[in-house]
Ligand binder design. Structure first.
Ligand code: SF4
Ligand code: MG
Length: 332
């Protein structure tokens, strides 16, 4: 039991300049994001592209340094740890990228790709070949294919290679950044099932990043929904899918089929219109108010906090505040 990861008030701002002499501006990529991941648990982190979910994942593995906030991995604050202090930590958390075609070196054999992390960390020894064969088998790849190059595999098989590589150093946490988004729908389920099996067999913890709620449904224990750099809803998976309370979550769920009778009663369909506003100049008040079909006057100037009073399902919306709990009525 216990926590493997705790992210507290993570904020990441990037300075940018539009053009050579343009004004300096700040991209507010991630704002005051907090969540935890338990051992053996999966947190689904969901939102449209540009919402800051990949940036959050990169900060967790400290490819990026937070502007402020804390990242505590396995009981240790790594928010400001130096490169050398991070080395042993990095072994224990690995990143799996969206597009295996881009993340695998096309000139390296499967064996070389999977063995690379072991070599980098000085752990490739006489047992190396057997270790690589075991990883391939675990990930559903025939070890006799170890001499093949990435282009000789399908997209799903390439992602299996990416996962095998990520497991080489026996990590405890995987950051999976849209690991199935580049794959055919039929292959997506196979990779998700593989990840579920690996989690059960190896006790792994996952931060599973996705742009839609359908993908993370089977694998997540809890779900956090992000919009424009903030978490707008966070809770147990079943609660989120049965009774989403934030209009943005309701909109994302409108395209996900209901699986249970309770889910068929969830708040009505919301169609999202318009693009995500620029994180260079986020809307005032509730960041979602420019697209929210339920917005009230107050929303354009009053920024709702992620409500910590509501127990385990946290929601940043004025309509979800205590005493304003009317949104599940009249919409069935
Ligand atoms: Fe919509 Fe207002 Fe709630 Fe924001 S605070 S999600 S604009 S109703
Ligand atoms: Mg991304």
């Amino acid at each position: 039991g216990g926590e493997i990861l705790r992210v507290e008030n993570l904020t990441i701002h990037f300075p940018v300049r539009s053009g050579l002499l343009g004004p300096r501006q700040t991209v507010q990529a991630v704002n005051d994001v907090s969540f935890t991941i338990g051992r053996g648990e999966t947190l689904g982190l969901v939102g449209e592209s540009g919402c800051g979910k990949s940036t959050t994942g990169l900060a967790v593995i400290r490819r990026l340094r937070p502007t402020s906030g804390r990242i505590v991995f396995d009981g240790r604050d790594i928010s400001t740890a130096s490169r050398s202090a991070l080395r042993p930590v990095r072994r224990n958390m690995q990143f799996v990228f969206q597009d295996p075609a881009e993340s695998l070196n096309p000139r390296m054999t499967t064996h070389e790709i999977i063995a690379e992390p072991l070599r980098i960390h000085g752990r490739y020894d006489a047992a190396g070949p057997a270790k690589v064969a075991e990883l391939m088998e675990r990930c559903g790849l025939d070890p006799r294919w170890s001499g093949r190059l990435p282009h000789e595999f399908s997209g799903g098989q390439r992602q299996r290679i990416g996962i095998a590589r990520a497991l080489a150093l026996d990590p405890s946490l995987l950051i999976l950044d849209e690991p199935v988004s580049a794959l055919d729908v039929s292959v997506q389920a196979q990779i998700v099932n593989l990840l579920v099996d690996l989690q059960r067999d190896l006790g792994l913890s996952y931060l599973f990043i996705a742009h839609d709620l359908a993908v993370v449904r089977h694998i997540s224990h809890r779900v956090a929904v992000m919009y424009l750099g903030r978490i707008v809803e966070y809770g147990e998976k079943d609660q989120i899918y049965r009774s989403p309370r934030h209009p943005y979550t309701q909109a994302l769920l409108s395209s996900v089929p209901a699986h249970t009778p309770a889910e068929r009663n969830r708040p009505g369909r919301i169609k999202l219109t318009g693009d995500v506003p620029s994180p260079l100049d986020p809307p005032s008040g509730c960041h979602f108010h420019t697209r929210c079909p339920k917005a009230i006057d107050r929303c354009s100037h009053d920024d709702p906090a992620l409500d910590l009073r509501g127990g385990r399902q946290l929601v940043a919306c004025h309509l979800a505040e205590p005493g304003a709990d009317h949104q599940t009525q009249g919409e069935r």
